[in-house]
Design a protein around this ligand. Structure first.
Ligand code: SF4
Ligand code: SF4
Length: 180
Protein backbone atom coordinates (compact mmCIF):
# COMPACT_ATOMS: atom_id res chain seq x y z
CA UNK A 1 0.00 0.00 0.00
CA UNK A 2 2.89 2.33 0.78
CA UNK A 3 4.04 2.10 -2.86
CA UNK A 4 0.55 3.02 -4.06
CA UNK A 5 0.47 5.99 -1.66
CA UNK A 6 3.82 7.20 -3.02
CA UNK A 7 2.67 6.71 -6.59
CA UNK A 8 -0.46 8.73 -5.87
CA UNK A 9 1.56 11.51 -4.31
CA UNK A 10 4.00 11.67 -7.23
CA UNK A 11 1.09 11.67 -9.65
CA UNK A 12 -0.63 14.41 -7.67
CA UNK A 13 2.54 16.54 -7.70
CA UNK A 14 3.14 15.95 -11.41
CA UNK A 15 -0.49 16.77 -12.20
CA UNK A 16 -0.31 19.99 -10.24
CA UNK A 17 2.81 21.07 -12.11
CA UNK A 18 0.98 20.49 -15.39
CA UNK A 19 -1.94 22.53 -14.10
CA UNK A 20 0.33 25.43 -13.17
CA UNK A 21 1.54 25.51 -16.81
CA UNK A 22 -2.02 25.23 -18.09
CA UNK A 23 -3.16 28.03 -15.81
CA UNK A 24 -0.30 30.31 -16.94
CA UNK A 25 -1.17 29.61 -20.58
CA UNK A 26 -4.88 30.27 -20.03
CA UNK A 27 -4.22 33.42 -18.01
CA UNK A 28 -1.95 34.66 -20.83
CA UNK A 29 -4.30 33.76 -23.70
CA UNK A 30 -7.68 34.43 -22.11
CA UNK A 31 -6.86 36.73 -19.18
CA UNK A 32 -10.08 38.17 -17.83
CA UNK A 33 -12.38 35.49 -19.28
CA UNK A 34 -10.30 32.78 -17.61
CA UNK A 35 -10.13 34.44 -14.19
CA UNK A 36 -13.85 35.26 -14.35
CA UNK A 37 -14.62 31.58 -15.05
CA UNK A 38 -12.55 30.37 -12.10
CA UNK A 39 -14.06 32.98 -9.80
CA UNK A 40 -17.58 32.11 -10.93
CA UNK A 41 -16.99 28.38 -10.40
CA UNK A 42 -15.59 28.97 -6.91
CA UNK A 43 -18.31 31.38 -5.89
CA UNK A 44 -21.08 29.01 -7.07
CA UNK A 45 -19.58 26.30 -4.85
CA UNK A 46 -19.49 28.74 -1.93
CA UNK A 47 -23.15 29.63 -2.45
CA UNK A 48 -24.14 25.96 -2.50
CA UNK A 49 -22.03 25.17 0.57
CA UNK A 50 -23.59 28.11 2.43
CA UNK A 51 -27.12 26.90 1.71
CA UNK A 52 -26.17 23.45 2.97
CA UNK A 53 -24.40 24.84 6.05
CA UNK A 54 -27.58 26.80 6.87
CA UNK A 55 -29.34 23.54 7.80
CA UNK A 56 -26.66 23.00 10.43
CA UNK A 57 -24.93 20.40 8.33
CA UNK A 58 -21.83 20.52 10.52
CA UNK A 59 -23.74 18.88 13.38
CA UNK A 60 -25.39 16.33 11.09
CA UNK A 61 -22.06 15.43 9.46
CA UNK A 62 -20.34 15.27 12.85
CA UNK A 63 -22.92 12.73 14.04
CA UNK A 64 -22.56 10.75 10.81
CA UNK A 65 -18.77 10.70 11.11
CA UNK A 66 -18.12 11.62 7.49
CA UNK A 67 -19.41 8.54 5.65
CA UNK A 68 -19.29 10.30 2.28
CA UNK A 69 -15.61 11.19 2.77
CA UNK A 70 -14.43 7.65 2.26
CA UNK A 71 -12.61 6.83 -0.98
CA UNK A 72 -12.74 10.44 -2.11
CA UNK A 73 -9.41 10.72 -3.92
CA UNK A 74 -10.95 10.96 -7.39
CA UNK A 75 -13.50 13.64 -6.50
CA UNK A 76 -11.06 16.52 -6.87
CA UNK A 77 -11.27 17.44 -10.54
CA UNK A 78 -8.86 19.46 -12.67
CA UNK A 79 -10.97 22.63 -12.49
CA UNK A 80 -11.22 22.38 -8.69
CA UNK A 81 -7.43 22.12 -8.63
CA UNK A 82 -7.02 25.06 -11.04
CA UNK A 83 -8.97 27.26 -8.61
CA UNK A 84 -6.28 26.47 -6.03
CA UNK A 85 -3.51 27.20 -8.52
CA UNK A 86 -5.12 30.58 -9.35
CA UNK A 87 -5.02 31.68 -5.71
CA UNK A 88 -1.66 30.00 -5.08
CA UNK A 89 -3.03 27.51 -2.58
CA UNK A 90 -1.80 23.95 -2.69
CA UNK A 91 -4.05 21.59 -0.71
CA UNK A 92 -2.52 19.32 1.87
CA UNK A 93 -2.93 15.71 0.80
CA UNK A 94 -2.39 12.49 2.71
CA UNK A 95 -2.80 9.39 0.58
CA UNK A 96 -1.67 7.17 3.48
CA UNK A 97 -4.99 7.61 5.26
CA UNK A 98 -6.94 5.69 2.63
CA UNK A 99 -9.82 4.78 2.63
CA UNK A 100 -10.41 8.21 4.16
CA UNK A 101 -10.19 10.85 1.44
CA UNK A 102 -6.67 12.36 1.16
CA UNK A 103 -8.17 15.81 1.82
CA UNK A 104 -10.04 14.69 4.96
CA UNK A 105 -9.00 15.34 8.55
CA UNK A 106 -10.38 14.40 11.95
CA UNK A 107 -12.10 17.78 11.92
CA UNK A 108 -13.67 17.28 8.47
CA UNK A 109 -12.67 18.43 5.01
CA UNK A 110 -9.42 20.41 4.86
CA UNK A 111 -10.53 22.24 1.71
CA UNK A 112 -12.41 25.51 1.98
CA UNK A 113 -15.64 25.68 -0.05
CA UNK A 114 -14.13 27.55 -3.06
CA UNK A 115 -11.50 24.81 -3.44
CA UNK A 116 -13.57 21.79 -2.39
CA UNK A 117 -14.45 19.32 -5.15
CA UNK A 118 -17.67 20.23 -6.93
CA UNK A 119 -18.58 16.54 -6.64
CA UNK A 120 -18.55 16.82 -2.84
CA UNK A 121 -20.60 20.00 -2.83
CA UNK A 122 -23.14 18.66 -5.34
CA UNK A 123 -23.64 15.50 -3.30
CA UNK A 124 -26.53 15.92 -0.89
CA UNK A 125 -27.24 12.88 1.25
CA UNK A 126 -30.70 11.99 2.59
CA UNK A 127 -29.93 13.32 6.08
CA UNK A 128 -29.13 16.78 4.70
CA UNK A 129 -31.84 16.69 2.05
CA UNK A 130 -34.54 16.15 4.67
CA UNK A 131 -33.55 19.41 6.36
CA UNK A 132 -33.63 21.58 3.24
CA UNK A 133 -36.55 23.88 2.58
CA UNK A 134 -38.26 23.75 -0.82
CA UNK A 135 -36.81 27.15 -1.86
CA UNK A 136 -33.31 26.01 -0.83
CA UNK A 137 -33.67 22.82 -2.84
CA UNK A 138 -34.77 24.78 -5.91
CA UNK A 139 -31.88 27.18 -5.48
CA UNK A 140 -29.44 24.27 -5.17
CA UNK A 141 -30.76 22.76 -8.41
CA UNK A 142 -30.31 26.12 -10.16
CA UNK A 143 -26.77 26.52 -8.80
CA UNK A 144 -25.85 22.96 -9.75
CA UNK A 145 -26.81 23.69 -13.36
CA UNK A 146 -24.57 26.74 -13.29
CA UNK A 147 -21.67 24.74 -11.82
CA UNK A 148 -22.02 22.21 -14.64
CA UNK A 149 -22.24 24.98 -17.23
CA UNK A 150 -19.07 26.52 -15.80
CA UNK A 151 -17.27 23.18 -16.12
CA UNK A 152 -18.38 22.88 -19.75
CA UNK A 153 -17.35 26.45 -20.55
CA UNK A 154 -13.93 26.18 -18.86
CA UNK A 155 -13.29 22.85 -20.61
CA UNK A 156 -14.18 24.37 -23.94
CA UNK A 157 -11.94 27.42 -23.43
CA UNK A 158 -9.01 25.28 -22.25
CA UNK A 159 -9.55 22.49 -24.77
CA UNK A 160 -9.32 20.05 -21.86
CA UNK A 161 -11.88 17.94 -20.01
CA UNK A 162 -11.52 19.81 -16.74
CA UNK A 163 -14.25 17.86 -14.96
CA UNK A 164 -11.95 14.82 -15.08
CA UNK A 165 -10.56 13.74 -11.69
CA UNK A 166 -7.16 15.43 -11.28
CA UNK A 167 -5.26 12.16 -10.83
CA UNK A 168 -6.75 10.63 -13.98
CA UNK A 169 -6.29 13.83 -16.00
CA UNK A 170 -2.64 14.08 -14.89
CA UNK A 171 -1.91 10.40 -15.44
CA UNK A 172 -3.11 10.56 -19.03
CA UNK A 173 -1.04 13.67 -19.73
CA UNK A 174 2.10 12.34 -18.05
CA UNK A 175 1.89 9.01 -19.87
CA UNK A 176 1.46 10.68 -23.27
CA UNK A 177 4.32 13.10 -22.45
CA UNK A 178 6.66 10.24 -21.51
CA UNK A 179 5.93 8.41 -24.76
CA UNK A 180 6.78 11.44 -26.94
S1 SF4 B 1 -23.02 14.84 3.88
FE1 SF4 B 1 -24.29 13.18 4.70
S2 SF4 B 1 -23.10 11.30 4.39
FE2 SF4 B 1 -21.70 13.05 4.20
S3 SF4 B 1 -20.81 13.36 6.23
FE3 SF4 B 1 -22.61 14.69 6.08
S4 SF4 B 1 -24.30 13.51 6.91
FE4 SF4 B 1 -22.64 12.07 6.46
S1 SF4 C 1 -12.65 16.48 -0.59
FE1 SF4 C 1 -13.39 16.94 1.45
S2 SF4 C 1 -15.62 16.75 1.33
FE2 SF4 C 1 -14.76 15.72 -0.45
S3 SF4 C 1 -14.58 13.57 0.10
FE3 SF4 C 1 -12.64 14.58 0.56
S4 SF4 C 1 -12.74 15.22 2.70
FE4 SF4 C 1 -14.83 14.77 2.00
Amino acid sequence: MVAVDKEDLLLWQGSRELLVSLHDRMAGDHGRQWSELLERYSSLKVRMATLIADVEAAGICGACGGLCCMNGKYRFNALDALCGVAVNVSPTVDFCQSPLCPYGTDAGCSLSAPLRPADCILFICDAIDQKLSIPSRSELVRLEQQVRECLREASSVAGELLGTPLLLWGEKKLVSKSSE
